[in-house]
Design a protein around this ligand. Structure first.
Ligand SMILES: C[S@@+](CC[C@H](N)C(=O)[O-])C[C@H]1O[C@@H](n2cnc3c(N)ncnc32)[C@H](O)[C@@H]1O
Length: 291
């Protein structure tokens, strides 16, 4: 890489961080440059610098989205970190059922990749006979990566997505055709998928579908973000959660980075979950907030 490309790479990393929170380290330069060169060829541009200039320009927004789809790490599988699903059904839902008057449940799988996490939540609730304990259940899976969201919506997976599971879940919740596994229709009315960037943006209102969330799963997403952005995201999660809400993060992520006392860790089912702290948490608080 020459000096000119180095300075363009730096410009790109700043831009990407600002756009979606992802920090591209120097160690990733090789991977990112190889993605850039592939896109240079595909888009008939002449150089990496031309490509970078294009995607950081407002006119390059469509190509920027394709670039972001290519750089995001989409690794996921059904019931990843199994204990957290046990914590959901053994601790979180009983606690919500005990305290919440309204029998409505809203769970957000933020950074859901191709949907395995979102469907795992629904399957876990069904297996534990908890679906029928609520009058209304919404499980929302969001991700910045549009092809991943399309795959999630299709509900079709390969065996690789079940790598940590025994066959009973596959047999009970999927139908198999030509080595493809399709989720059955049981959860159709409960699950929705949307493209959404969780990086806070001062000018955007909270979308309606993200208000009064009971549980946020945001696992293995903020690990790629810079501290200041993680802080803002955790603040937003705190605002978006209902007063009895819970946050579930990946194993190597924790909310202390916020520097504020936003969540209380609870150890249950051999894992940690985080309960929203109540002081200054009034139910109307997030009504007109900006993300
Ligand atoms: C490693 S996957 C984690 C999937 C799932 N949560 C799990 O733990 O199995 C990380 C996901 O975060 C998504 N992501 C990264 N930055 C994002 C952003 N700013 N907004 C929304 N999703 C983002 C990526 O597209 C990717 O699908």
């Amino acid at each position: 890489m020459n000096n000119k490309q180095d300075s363009y790479f730096l410009k790109l990393t700043q831009f990407v961080k600002n756009y979606c929170g992802i920090s591209l380290s120097d160690r990733e330069k090789k991977r990112i440059m190889s993605i850039i060169f592939k896109r240079v060829i595909k888009t008939n541009m002449v150089s990496a610098t031309e490509y970078i200039n294009h995607i950081i320009d407002v006119k390059g927004i469509d190509e920027l989205k394709i670039f972001i789809n290519n750089i995001t790490i989409s690794e996921t599988y059904f019931f990843r970190n199994y204990n957290q699903f046990n914590a959901l059904t053994n601790y979180i839902i009983p606690s919500i059922l005990k305290r919440k008057k309204e029998k409505k449940l809203k769970i957000w799988s933020a950074g859901c990749s191709s949907g395995e996490e979102t469907y795992s939540i629904a399957i876990a609730l069904h297996k534990a006979n908890l679906l029928n304990r609520f009058d209304e259940i919404k499980i929302i899976g969001t991700d910045i990566n549009a092809p991943n969201i399309e795959k999630a919506k299709s509900g079709i997976f390969t065996k690789y997505s079940f790598r940590s599971l025994d066959n009973s879940i596959i047999e009970n919740y999927f139908s198999k055709t030509n080595e493809k596994y399709t989720i059955n229709n049981l959860f159709k009315s409960n699950i929705e998928f949307k493209i959404f960037n969780i990086k806070p943006d001062q000018n955007t209102n909270y979308p309606k579908f993200l208000k009064k969330i009971d549980v946020i799963f945001c696992r293995n997403v903020i690990i790629y973000f810079e501290k200041i952005i993680i802080k803002n995201i955790l603040n937003n999660f705190h605002n978006l959660l209902a007063p009895e809400g819970f946050l579930i993060l990946g194993h190597s992520e924790n909310p202390h980075i916020s520097g504020k006392n936003l969540f209380t860790p609870i150890k249950t089912d051999n894992t940690f979950i985080y309960k929203v702290n109540l002081p200054n948490k009034d139910p109307n608080r997030n009504k007109d907030k900006k993300i």
